[in-house]
Design a binder for this molecule. Structure first.
Ligand SMILES: [Zn+2]
Length: 132
């Protein structure tokens, strides 16, 4: 391969990468366009870049809560339900304080949030599905 061919390949690769980036930006713009916020008494439409930034910030803000929810399936010895636990004498019995079916709160509509079966602890929707 000659140096000219290498340069042409490089330029084509750069061009393809730029086109892909532009398509990704257009796609993000379509997904995140029209998202509004109410702050300081005023409604304002966010740019897609600002909406994306805020979505990412929201996700990282929720990470500690995700860990707390994950811990709710642990037994008093710190093992998840079903994992080997010498304290439980075999498989972990999981969280005995929150038995499946227990109402632990209510959502914004007033529907009960009910502890799902232990095998479904990791599924956020199962906590809501248990209310129906
Ligand atoms: Zn245990």
């Amino acid at each position: 391969m000659t140096i000219e061919e290498l340069i042409r390949e490089r330029d084509e690769a750069v061009s393809r990468a730029q086109e892909a980036e532009a398509r990704a930006e257009r796609f993000a713009g379509m997904l995140l366009s029209g998202i509004s916020t109410f702050e300081g008494g005023e409604m304002r439409t966010l740019s897609w870049q600002e909406a994306l930034y805020r979505c990412r910030a929201d996700v990282s803000d929720l990470a500690p809560f995700r860990m707390v929810l994950s811990d709710l399936s642990r037994c008093e010895h710190g093992r998840h339900h079903g994992d080997a636990c010498s304290g439980c004498g075999g498989a972990s019995v999981g969280n005995a304080i929150l038995p499946p079916g227990m109402i632990i709160g209510h959502d914004i509509s007033g529907r009960a949030i009910i502890v799902p079966p232990k095998a479904q602890f990791a599924s956020a929707t199962s906590w809501k599905e248990a209310t129906e």
